[in-house]
Design a protein. Structure first.
Length: 123
């Protein structure tokens, strides 16, 4: 499958996802985490993000983990320049968070689950 086809497929999946959850009061979060193989930093980012999502978005998130070594072409479409990088695809607005997701307050602010002032107080 070429890059253009994958981009169209990703967009159609996102559109269908948005339509399917449009009527729900509490949105389901569509997240994509870019990592580089099974490095300690990648493993830590996955574990930290799953813990945050399980605690703050129980049964309300869909996490796609993309290994840049296996699918480097996906990084270009999402303009990923560093890893780990988390992209919040839905709900809008699109947001990017770079790092191992160990700063819970920063991740919550990036996911629009906490305001920046609240995050600073908790650090």
């Amino acid at each position: 499958m070429d890059q253009e086809t994958e981009a169209r497929d990703s967009q159609s999946i996102l559109t269908a996802f948005e339509q399917a959850i449009g009527a729900q009061a509490r949105p389901v979060y569509l997240l994509r985490l870019y990592v580089t193989g099974t490095t300690p930093r990648s493993i830590r980012a996955i574990a930290n993000l799953r813990k945050i999502c399980d605690e703050h978005l129980p049964e309300r998130y869909d996490l796609e983990v993309v290994d840049l070594y296996q699918q480097p072409h996906l990084a270009e479409g999402d303009q990923v320049v560093a890893a780990p990088t988390l992209i919040k695809l839905f709900p809008s607005p699109l947001k990017r968070i770079i790092g191992d997701m160990s700063n819970t307050a920063q991740v919550l602010v990036g996911l629009d689950l906490q305001h920046a002032a609240e995050g600073r107080r908790g650090e």
